[in-house]
Design a protein around this ligand. Structure first.
Ligand code: NAP
Length: 493
């Protein structure tokens, strides 16, 4: 498609979206009638106006979820499974349209947006398969006097809160297992990217999701909606993806009603390249781990630790690969790097780079914003970054790769683990013993061995330390939405 056709198609698609709140199966305006606007970060243009929910809307939404829970929790697993499977099919039929909406509100290149749509849809397919495999257990006590019958029940109404960086997949990763387990939901997507979620709602309705099971409140004031949910006494679980800072606020709120809590929080991923690594693979892996989503990913390689004997060569080759990437409006053909999501994000990256340069870093490539509108930052590689630079201890959330040399494996591990976060670590080596030893010692929930991508719906995604609690996806993903119930039955006769 030409650039003009793509942009008019995006406007047409966004123009047909329902932009109200979705409560008890109906689209309604906010009780205050307030709205907020959504911007295209590549152009700064306003692309939509959506309902701005508040506490009164939050109350209606959680009440609808609570009212629907009993009946929904008793639906046949096959029925829930088939809703998810139909929704998977519908998402994939509309992959191009959903990707275009996502690119227009969030900025990522269309090819990446299409990849996210497929990745996000896969959570529905995966959990459609899990819905009919919720097992239990039956054993006998050690003394033989009692039977133990273990069943599994839906946790109950869930609060789902998601970030802007993966507007579809962060939602489906929670909605999929909640539907499979038989939980109802109230869902607040990010203020910056509500449109993809609104498109998803209509797909789930078309797939047969009953009224009240999923209720969505968009808002420009997250706390005014989420806190009433947490304090309602009706919600039994919070599943949150976002920053560690907000995760801690929600954990404190969850304690008030002792709610089950799943937290997918921030990362500060180390990317370790040993001296025996295949350098081509390491550079390709580094570009993938750094540049997916313009670096705006919790899994983004934040700190590149490279053995001193190859650090300069690695930085040079990474610089070549990064400078060859095409930066531009993600909706345009051939673009590989879109804008950052908003002005604040761009300013943060600029400040982190300025700080690193003041502390002695050298720019191998990039290091600034290109001319023109939008929140763009050049793909950047820095070498000689001082360990006390702010970017070594902060999620950069932008296309900047700091390269730091290390001298031996223990040194690499010490640097890698010297952080309160522990989501993912990347490791490049061709020595299997070393890989297993370093992989075991890394304080993270996930390890990418000779690869820059770990996310997969079939894998248990999540972190340790301040990167979170619980896992999403994989065989354990549904557990987060289920409770155990055990019945003790005396053996008679
Ligand atoms: P964020 O500021 O924590 O926001 C995440 C969500 O929380 C948004 O919907 C936000 O609403 C909402 N929120 C903000 N303040 C709140 C409050 N006081 N009470 C209730 N909800 C509140 O994070 P972000 O900037 O959107 O996303 C980036 C962060 O997410 C990074 O730290 C990244 O590492 C993390 N992340 C983690 C994973 C993972 O799986 N571990 C995946 C993706 C992203 P508004 O949009 O209205 O502010």
């Amino acid at each position: 498609m030409s650039t003009t056709t793509t942009r008019s198609r995006a406007a047409e698609l966004i123009g047909t979206l329902d932009t109200g709140l979705f409560i008890n199966g109906a689209w309604v305006p906010a009780e205050s009638a307030a709205t907020f606007t959504v911007e295209n970060p590549a152009t700064g243009e306003i692309i939509a106006t959506v309902a701005d929910g508040g506490p009164a809307d939050a109350q209606k939404a959680i009440q609808a979820a609570a009212n629907a829970q009993k009946k929904w929790g008793k639906t046949a697993p096959r029925e829930r499974s088939e809703i998810l499977r139909r929704a998977y099919d519908l998402i994939m039929e509309r992959q191009d349209d959903l990707a275009l909406i996502m690119t227009t509100e969030m900025g990522k290149p269309l090819a990446e947006a299409k990849g996210e749509v497929a990745y996000g849809a896969e959570f529905f397919r995966w959990f459609s398969e899990e819905a009919v495999r919720i097992g239990g257990d039956h054993t006998t006590t050690g003394d033989g006097k009692n039977r133990i019958l273990v069943t599994r029940e839906p946790v109950g109404p869930c609060v789902l809160v998601t970030p802007w960086n993966f507007p579809l997949a962060m939602g489906t990763r929670k909605i999929g297992p909640a539907i499979a387990a038989g939980c109802t939901m109230v869902f607040k997507p990010a203020e910056l990217t509500p449109l993809t979620s609104l498109a998803l709602v209509n797909i789930l309705v078309e797939a047969g999701l009953p009224a009240g099971v999923l209720n969505v409140v968009t808002t420009s004031n997250a706390g005014s909606v989420v806190e009433p949910w947490m304090d309602s006494g009706l919600a039994r679980k919070i599943s949150f993806t976002g920053s560690t800072e907000v995760g801690k606020i929600l954990l404190a709120q969850a304690s008030r009603n002792v709610m089950r809590s799943s937290m997918e929080l921030g990362g500060n991923a180390p990317f370790i390249v040993c001296e025996d690594a295949d350098l081509d693979r390491a550079v390709t892996g580094a570009v993938a781990a750094k540049m997916r989503n313009m670096g705006e990913a919790c899994t983004a390689a934040n700190r590149m630790y490279v053995h001193r004997s190859i650090a300069d060569e690695f930085a040079r080759r990474l610089g070549e690969a990064m400078s060859a990437l095409t930066v531009g409006n993600g909706a345009d053909d051939g673009v590989q790097v879109g804008p950052l999501v908003e002005a604040k994000a761009l300013e943060k990256v600029e400040e982190l780079v300025a700080d690193a340069l003041e502390r002695g870093a050298t720019v191998i490539t990039g290091g600034g914003r290109p001319d023109g509108p939008g929140y763009f930052y050049q793909p950047t590689v820095l070498s000689g970054v001082s360990p006390d630079s702010a970017m070594m201890d902060t999620e950069i959330f932008g296309p900047v790769a700091p390269v730091v040399p290390f001298d031996n494996d223990d040194d690499a591990l010490r640097l890698a683990n010297n952080t309160p976060w522990g989501l993912v670590g990347y490791l490049f080596t061709q020595d299997i013993d070393r890989a297993l030893r370093l992989g075991a010692e890394l304080e993270v929930g996930m390890v990418g061995l000779n690869t820059g991508i770990v996310s997969n719906p079939a894998a248990p995604f999540g972190g340790v330390k301040q990167s979170g609690l619980g896992r999403e996806g994989g065989r354990v993903g549904i557990d987060e939405f289920l409770e155990y119930k055990y019945m003790s039955i005396p053996v008679v006769g």
